[in-house]
Design a protein around this ligand. Structure first.
Ligand code: LLP
Length: 432
């Protein structure tokens, strides 16, 4: 049942996470509550950073895609782990700055950054702006001149790769809202605009082929295509690309059947492709950037709920309701994502009960998982949903005016609240 190395069962038969009894945590902090394990977060960070050092002589940077889980405490951890960050909005930039993050290590992504966000990014000294489209390139040139500031840019291209994953989180293919197309000539046009603009420093190219990808060869393929694009750029403009950003997307374990490759394997294999392809094409090996998000935090998080109403519909299914749902985890209603759930106070019992875990929102599709095997549930039990560290808190909403739960960070024997639970007062804070 252990989809994450942070999980275990203690002598009381309770689920343990990061060394803490989850039933005790639920009593102390109430439910629903997100619990994160800092030890595992840091271990995951080090896997990527060490792998970059060992396989690519440290000639690169691992940047955490903070859309996966963003709060001040997280940016502090990432800074301490000597990594950069991927930010995608003024809000993420602001949060990172408030956490004291060195903004020269921030990379600003997004397919439709607003003009005020672009200005804010330039003024805050964001290290790289990842240009997604021609409109943005035009505006950025204007902003760089207006603010009389040199802006370092990386151009996002579509490598034309269809990675095997859910269509909503597939991004490298030609029919995608992200990035500039090579075939239409838009990508090269943007690069030429950057090269000829006085206050723009063109640094390199970027791609991100999608998310929750298990096949390392998809990444090897992307790396090969991107080095080919580096060659095209050199041939057409004479400029040799210095930085190659290969995005994120490494798959994680939500359920036992998932079998992701060790993250270290990624850099091991991709480094070989880049070095060989560059040597064959007579290009300098570029500084490489990778952008893991989910793989840093997903398995390092669980959500604890209290079981409420249980409804059995004969010859159909049993709905087991929890005190949260799509407002704290919208991933099932959006992507039909797989999740594993455990009755935390009965974790040593057999999971022989088939349940549909329903949320509390006024929405039929509000479920966490359908037809999943858990321990026999009773109202009042504590339910843990596993591998919720990525894209849960960050995608949560106040739908039905549900306050967002707290995020509690465990670190060995220590524990601290890193995001307070919202109150009803918070819900009306901006109401006039
Ligand atoms: N870099 C770029 C440019 C991205 O767009 C993303 C994710 C990442 C890196 C990080 O990807 P990761 O390593 O986390 O897979 N809400 C969806 C995932 C959306 C991913 C968006 N971009 C989900 O819950 O599955």
């Amino acid at each position: 049942m252990f989809v994450s190395e942070s999980l275990g069962v203690n002598e009381k038969g309770h689920l343990v996470f990061g060394g803490h009894d989850t039933v005790d945590l639920s009593e102390k902090y109430g439910t629903p509550v997100y619990i994160m394990d800092e030890v595992l977060i840091r271990k995951n960070c080090r896997k990527f950073v060490n792998s970059m050092n060992e396989n690519y002589d440290g000639n690169g940077r691992v940047i955490y895609a903070s859309k996966a889980f963003s709060c001040k405490a997280m940016y502090k951890i990432i800074n301490e782990e000597n990594m950069g960050i991927d930010v995608v909005s003024g809000g993420e930039i602001y949060t990172a700055m408030q956490a004291g993050f060195p903004m020269e290590k921030a990379y600003f992504h997004g397919s439709n950054k607003s003009l005020s966000e672009l200005e804010f990014a330039v003024k805050s000294g964001v290290g790289r702006i990842m240009v997604d489209n021609l409109f943005e390139m035009e505006k950025l040139i204007e902003i760089s001149e207006k603010l009389d500031t040199v802006v370092n840019v990386i151009v996002r291209v579509k490598p034309g790769i269809e990675a095997e994953t859910h269509s909503f989180i597939m991004t490298g293919q030609t029919d995608s809202k992200f990035g500039l197309d090579l075939d239409t000539g838009d990508a090269m046009k943007a690069i030429k605009m950057a090269l000829s603009a006085e206050k723009i420093a063109f640094k390199g190219i970027h791609c991100h082929i999608g998310s929750q990808i298990f096949a390392v060869d998809s990444f090897e393929h992307a790396a090969k295509v991107m080095v080919g694009i580096m060659e095209d750029i050199k041939n057409e403009t004479g400029y040799e690309v210095e930085e190659l950003d290969l995005g994120g997307g490494f798959g994680i374990r939500y359920i036992e059947e998932h079998n992701p490759a060790d993250f270290r394997e990624y850099m091991e294999k991709v480094a070989v492709v880049i070095k060989e392809e560059c040597a064959a094409k007579n290009l300098k090996t570029p500084f490489v950037i990778i952008e893991p998000g989910r793989s840093i935090v997903a398995e390092a998080g669980i959500t604890l709920y209290t079981v409420g109403a249980i409804k059995t519909i004969p010859d159909c299914r049993t709905y087991v309701s929890v005190d949260g749902g799509m407002c704290d985890n919208p991933r099932y209603i959006l992507y039909q994502s797989s999740y594993m759930a455990v009755i935390a106070n009965k974790a040593n019992e057999k999971a022989d009960f088939c349940a549909t875990i329903a949320g509390k929102c006024c929405e039929s599709g509000d479920m966490i998982q359908e037809h999943t095997m858990i321990q026999k549930p009773e109202s009042g039990d504590i339910m843990a949903v596993l591998s919720t560290g990525a894209y849960n808190y960050s995608m949560s909403s106040n739908y039905n005016r549900n306050p967002r739960p707290a995020v509690v960070m465990l670190n060995g024997d220590e524990e601290r609240i890193v995001v307070k639970a919202e109150t009803y007062e918070d819900l009306i804070r901006n109401d006039m």
